[in-house]
Design a protein around this ligand. Structure first.
Ligand code: PA5
Length: 447
């Protein structure tokens, strides 16, 4: 049974009674295209059955690799960009204690990220920190040719070689890439790094439940079996029915498309737990890259409340009425913290004495939802009982399946990303990459 529930009560002022039943027929068609594998991009649907089909031996291999890494490394560097890092970062940040770094005794390596930007300051600072620590690295790239992680890997491989010697450095590197193609695969085979495969039929942003996400999460000391189990439960619900009343993925895909057609062009994913910030980032990539094409698509934005109520709150309450919100609402925190009584009550907060901080947070959530609905912002609520591996697995699969359905309802191919090539071509031309001579000349004239 899934624990995730979708609550659309706060859409009633925005979506007429007949809209959803009318849209149901469209969703049925999209669901059929997806499960019968007849829709656009149908050679990239390996993620659908992944939680069910994943090989038990692969899970064990990943767990053993994680154990080995924990023994040799205080820090684990995950090199990747886009779908090759956002999913693992989302899960790790959601589950990690934010102040864990301050503890002296740590059982699991501290995980850091590289190759998701080209900043000289960031990477110099990272290498400086790695001078002081024992570390290991996962280099992750499906294509094996993406510039940002390739550059970061060159820097870190060079650092590893100097620090440990070429031979010993090898045992500190794991590659996660295509089964046969790309420069990274060639490099890994030549150097003899342990290698994990990203299946051909799974695109980057749908790859979090492959070794791409599973290895870093296991190195972080979290339960990948429970994560996959959560995804498996959601898969059952997603495949079982295309009825919006029974399938939360279908319902979410339907209502966001209805809202879009009614002029709500921006969806803001909201969390009241700061550790879900990277879940929002992962979601932004999933929906942005999957739907933003052919001059179409809902613009995916994100905020964490209550912090952003003091920045974006004004706009959401009162700015252009082209927004709708989707709130990830978490029922129970992991810890207990009560607000103490203060006999002097100089801050006037004794009306909160004895209350849990989560109760105050919940009232902020409910109060904000009502205010935003009153201000003309439709509100969808995704309710999960707690943040743990299992609920995160459910949430991930929920968003993946809903995104695919939603992309089909929008009429796009949710599994390609032709738009990301434009910047790469310009960057290569400006850097003088061989083969780009003509573009180099044209672009330089424009600078
Ligand atoms: O979703 C996608 O396909 C992209 O965001 C990729 O994950 C990203 O561009 C990184 O690509 P690669 O893993 O090939 O380095």
């Amino acid at each position: 049974m899934i624990d995730l529930q979708l609550d659309i009560r706060n859409l009633k002022n925005f979506i007429g009674d007949k809209c959803l039943p009318r849209f149901q027929e469209e969703i049925v068609k999209c669901h059929q295209q997806l499960v019968n594998r007849t829709g656009k991009g149908n050679n990239f649907l390996g993620w659908i059955d992944l939680p069910e089909n994943i090989d038990h031996d692969l899970i064990q291999r990943i767990q053993k690799e994680a154990e080995r890494i924990s023994k040799i490394a205080e820090v684990f560097v995950v090199i990747g960009i886009g779908g090759s890092y956002l999913g693992s970062r989302a899960i790790l940040e959601a589950l990690n204690d934010p102040f864990k770094q301050m503890e002296k005794e740590k059982r699991y390596p501290h995980i850091v990220f590289a190759g998701e930007n080209l900043s000289e300051d960031y990477h110099s600072s990272l290498l400086g920190m790695l001078n002081q620590k024992d570390y290991a690295v996962a280099v992750i790239s499906k294509s094996g040719t993406t510039t940002e992680p390739a550059v970061a890997f060159r820097l870190i491989k060079n650092h590893l070689g100097k620090k440990y010697g070429k031979e010993n450095a090898r045992s500190r590197i794991v590659a996660i890439t295509d089964a046969s193609r790309g420069a990274l695969k060639k490099l890994a085979d030549t150097e003899g790094y342990p290698c994990y495969v990203i299946p051909d039929d799974i695109g980057g942003r749908y790859s979090v439940l492959t070794p791409v996400g599973l290895l870093p999460v296991a190195v972080g000391g979290f339960d990948i079996v429970s994560l996959l189990d959560g995804a498996r439960k959601m898969r059952e619900a997603a495949l079982h029915s295309s009825d919006c009343e029974q399938n939360p993925c279908a319902l979410y895909a339907a209502v966001r498309n209805i809202l879009f057609r009614n002029g709500k062009l921006v969806e803001i994913l909201v969390a009241y737990e700061p550790n879900l910030l990277y879940m929002i980032e992962w979601w932004k990539q999933l929906f942005g890259e999957s739907e933003g094409k052919d001059k179409k698509g809902i613009f995916p934005a994100g905020v964490t409340f209550t912090s952003d109520l003091h920045s974006m709150g004004q706009y959401i309450q009162d700015g252009m009425r082209t927004l709708f919100e989707t709130v990830i609402s978490v029922e129970s925190p992991k810890r207990l913290l009560q607000i103490p009584n203060d006999p002097e009550n100089l801050d006037g907060l004794n009306f909160l004495s004895g209350k849990r901080l989560s109760e105050v947070n919940k009232m902020a959530e409910l109060g904000t939802t009502l205010a935003h609905v009153d201000g003309g912002v439709p509100n969808i609520r995704i309710h999960i009982p707690a943040v743990n591996e299992n609920t995160l697995g459910q949430l991930i699969y929920f968003f993946e399946f809903a995104c695919a359905l939603s992309g089909y309802a929008l009429g796009v191919n949710p599994f390609d990303q032709p738009g990301v090539e434009a910047y790469k071509n310009n960057m290569f031309a400006l850097l003088g990459k061989p083969g780009y001579e003509k573009e180099t000349e044209t672009l330089r004239k424009r600078l």
